[in-house]
Design a protein around this ligand. Structure first.
Ligand code: PMP
Length: 444
């Protein structure tokens, strides 16, 4: 039988607190005291970092950890072009978008040129991906006059009240809103377009109407579902035929993460109406935003005044422009494609030799690997968590995702090189050998 889903994948639960160094234990105690219960820490043995560079994070003793998890420092931790550009701008001018400044306009022009919407588009800047998605919902409701939203079964789209109630991955304590339908995540053998169409019909039947289909273009919290490229195009057609908007959430897949394209939706050859983006946009500076079809946004903008105090400020925009510079100068999209393919091959070879690993999915530097119990063949979140923790003990950082927490999630900064892929492969091979030998299949 499949294990029950975890409350949160790979979260520290205190069960190994006694094994931690005293300084780490003390920091956790103070953290819990000051920050309260809602926060979670990664790993059985939480790790404390003091600095980072490129694809490495360093603890207080100077030990290097290979970062195969973080997509925010997407062009590399503390990339000098970002740090210098930001330092220059913060010492020159930092204000809001109600004064005329050139950088926000120039950046918007540059960003829009990377997109393929069906019509001319405009950009709006926010500080977080959640704000971008929340605004996208408001725009979709304004455009359609309807409330109904379709998402996937283990979607995550952000922290606001409106987004929490359409993010099933937050668990049963936050029920989905009445105007939300969750369809199964794309999978081989599933007619995903038919599932979305059925959900749209159901929303209408219940009087909610249909505003938008909102989907992470790589379905990361659903366990990473990139293939086959193109499968989302008929979904976009169905959404448009039903009079709704296609909102591509590119917070995970955007900014060349998938290797072949700047945006995940472009891999599927579809034209969304709204695209939301965030995380890697400023390499760690809080900048996010959306672009939307001009005709839709124009009508919204006539009726609704938009101002976001920090959104699009010159310092955040400087970081975002530096990210676009580096993607070009360091040829990171090509690297994501080639190193990503090499890493996927390396892991697929390991998976072929062990019953613990199943399907290896991914595009560019975003991989998801199914972890199965060798005794039952069912997805095993417990085993995935054991692998993630054993890799952390060997100073390689990955995580797990999917509805059962059973999919290894590998999503390194884009300068990840073949030598880093080799290191990750060697450590994973060791961990798999140890996992197989230590307990024997029956224990899993
Ligand atoms: N959409 C997706 C697909 C995400 O993964 C996230 C963040 N994990 C968000 C939206 C929300 O972004 P933020 O945390 O910047 O609000």
């Amino acid at each position: 039988m499949t294990e029950p889903p975890p409350v949160m994948v790979n979260a520290y639960d205190g069960s190994r607190a006694d094994d931690l160094p005293p300084a780490t234990r003390e920091l956790i105690r103070r953290r819990e005291h000051a920050l309260g219960r809602a926060y979670r820490l990664f790993y059985d043995q939480p790790v404390s970092f003091t600095r980072a560079a490129g694809v490495h994070l360093y603890d207080a003793e100077g030990n290097a950890y290979l970062d195969a998890y973080n997509n925010v420092p997407s062009v590399g931790h503390c990339h000098p072009h970002v740090t210098q550009t930001v330092a220059r701008q913060v010492a020159t001018l930092n204000t809001h978008t109600r004064y005329l400044t050139d950088p926000v306009v120039s950046y918007a022009e540059r960003l829009l040129a990377t997109h393929d919407l069906a019509a001319a588009a405009n950009a709006i800047f926010t500080c977080t991906g959640s704000e971008a998605n929340d605004l996208a919902l408001r725009i979709a409701r304004h455009h359609t006059g309807a409330a109904g939203i379709v998402v996937t079964a283990n979607a995550y789209h952000g922290v606001t009240a409106a987004l929490a109630e359409l993010s099933p991955s937050l668990g049963p304590n936050i029920p989905l809103a009445a105007h939300v339908r969750a369809v199964p995540a794309p999978a081989p053998g599933l007619d995903f377009t038919a599932a979305v169409t059925w959900a749209i019909t159901d929303l209408r039947r219940h009087g909610h109407g249909f505003a938008a289909f909102l989907a992470d273009s790589i379905f990361s919290s659903d366990g990473v579902r990139p293939d086959p490229a193109g499968y989302l195009a008929p979904v976009a057609d169905a959404v448009h035929q039903a009079g709704g908007l296609y909102i591509a959430d590119e917070v995970q897949a955007g900014f060349a993460r998938t290797g072949t394209h700047m945006w995940g939706y472009q891999r599927h050859g579809l034209r969304p109406d709204i695209v939301t983006m965030g995380k890697p946009m400023g390499n760690g500076l809080p900048i996010a935003g959306l672009i939307a079809r001009h005709d839709i946004l124009d009508a919204f903008g006539r009726d609704v005044r938009y101002f976001n105090t920090f959104g699009g400020n010159p310092v955040s925009i400087a970081a975002a422009a530096a990210v676009l510079d580096i993607l070009e100068t360091d040829r990171l999209p090509v690297n994501a494609a080639t190193t990503g393919a090499y890493l996927k091959d390396t892991i697929a070879r390991l998976a072929a030799g062990t019953p613990l690993l199943g399907d290896v999915r991914g595009t560019g530097l975003y991989l998801g690997i199914d972890v199965n119990s060798p005794s039952t063949g069912e997805p095993s979140g417990r085993l995935a968590s054991a692998i993630v923790n054993a890799m952390r003990e060997r100073r390689v950082l990955i995580s797990a995702t999917g509805p059962h927490g059973s999919v290894l999630k590998i999503r390194p900064p884009l300068p990840f090189a073949p030598e880093h892929a080799d290191q990750l492969g060697n450590v994973l091979a060791d961990v798999l050998t140890a996992a197989g030998a230590a307990a024997g299949p029956a224990a899993w």
